[in-house]
Each structure stands twice: as C-alpha cells, then as structure tokens.
Design a protein around this ligand. Structure first.
Ligand code: NI
Ligand code: MN
Length: 226
C-alpha cells in the first residue's frame, strides 16, 4: 500500500489499484499552500470522517473533477449531493462492501457540522479491510474504549491517528489508542495546522518509541510504501 500525505488529516492510500482519498482539505491549509495543488489530486473514492471544514473543504471540487465515489455519514453525503455531487454512498455506523474491500464506519467522539451550519450526522472513523492489508483511520476523536474492538475486527498493518490535542487526542492518548487497536505503526495527522495543535515532532516520536511503537510524521506531499 502506498500512503501519501496532503497535510492536516488529508491523505491518499493506494490499495488494490484504487486510490482512496480521505478528508480532502488543501485550500485553507496555509501549510499546504504552494506545496500541494487540490486540482491535481487523483481519487477513485473519497472517504469523509465528518463535516468540519478542515475535512471537507475540497470535497466537492475534487469529487466533481475526478468522479470519485463519496463515502461518509448519511448527512455528510447529503450535503455533498446538495452541492451537486451524485456519485455517493451514504453510511451510518456499520460496514459495507466496496470493490476495494470491506469498510467499517466506526464511532468517533467529536462533533460534526457542515460548513453551511447544517447537521453533519455522527463523526466517525474508517477501518479498511483491503486486498493488500488492513488500516484504520480514527478521524477526529478523543481516546475511546470503542477502539478496543478493533483487534476483534482486523489485524492492522498501520493506523492513522490524530496527535495534535485540543480538538482530538494528543500524542499521549494516541499511544494508548495504538495499544487499544494493537498496532505498532502509526501515522500521525491533525497536528501543526493551527496554533492550538502545534507539536514538538521529536518529543511525540519519543513517546511512541518508549511504548515500543513507531510514529511516522510525513511532510506535506510526501509518500511512503507500507
Ligand atoms: Ni473536526
Ligand atoms: Mn479536524
């Protein structure tokens, strides 16, 4: 699987020849300006964890240009439809099958309002059971006991967790989350973008190392094979 980071909580995972784009937010992210162009991002699927602007800012434009299937909470998908996107798959917590594999949409402890102020349904995270392996993206959330269910669902190859604190888990809680989900390879997201979530990269990596885990922090536009 190939993972490419586009800043904040926006990334693409390529698995089974398909590109899964998560939480498209490029325009409005000062750190991504001049580094990544939302008009060049390719996607076969767009998975949206919740309705906040820092997760859906470029959803409509990228969905329109690529024709990618938009997957997310019923209310998030309804907002996309209102904005002219027809290729959609609404979900609520549970699972569904797609050509790239089985997908669980799982609870996150957060909030979800669309940019126009309408209700965004429940915020969530995704567990992808792909042909090449399994990965979990928690979305914006604090640490939850629900994460202890993950090992019953899948053995994870890697997980994407927020580490910036304030609006989500910080690194200390993300270490506990990585224990709950029994995953040793964590890609950190939702850090540095705003003043409230600026972190010391070396310090947070050390916290994971001490717990016997690896924290990967990518530069914007950077890719790795996992
Ligand atoms: Ni949020
Ligand atoms: Mn967020």
């Amino acid at each position: 699987m190939k993972f490419t980071f586009y800043g904040h909580s926006c990334f693409v995972v390529e698995t089974g020849g398909k590109k899964l784009l998560f939480d498209p937010f490029i325009n409005g992210n000062e750190l991504a300006a001049g580094v990544v162009d939302a008009d060049n991002i390719e996607a076969d699927y767009i998975l949206v964890s919740h309705g906040h602007g820092d997760h859906v800012a470029d959803l409509v434009s990228i969905a329109q240009r690529t024709g990618a299937l938009v997957i997310g909470a019923y209310e998030v998908v309804g907002w996309a439809e209102k904005n002219g996107i027809n290729n959609v798959h609404p979900m609520n917590f549970g699972s569904a099958h797609f050509p790239f594999g089985k997908l669980h949409f799982l609870p996150a402890a957060h909030s979800s309002t669309m940019p126009d102020g309408t209700y965004g349904g429940n915020p969530g995270g995704f567990l992808v059971h792909g042909a090449e392996g399994n990965f979990y993206y928690s979305g914006d959330t604090c640490l939850t006991m629900d994460m202890q269910l993950l090992p019953r669902y899948a053995k994870l190859d890697f997980a994407i967790l927020p580490i910036g604190g304030n609006f989500t888990m910080d690194a200390d809680d993300a270490v506990i989350a990585s224990e709950f989900i029994q995953c040793n390879k964590i890609i950190g997201v939702h850090f540095d973008t705003f003043g409230y979530i600026k972190i010391d990269h070396e310090l947070v990596k050390e916290k994971f190392n001490t717990a016997g885990k690896e924290l990967i922090l990518l530069g914007i536009g950077e890719s790795i094979e996992l």
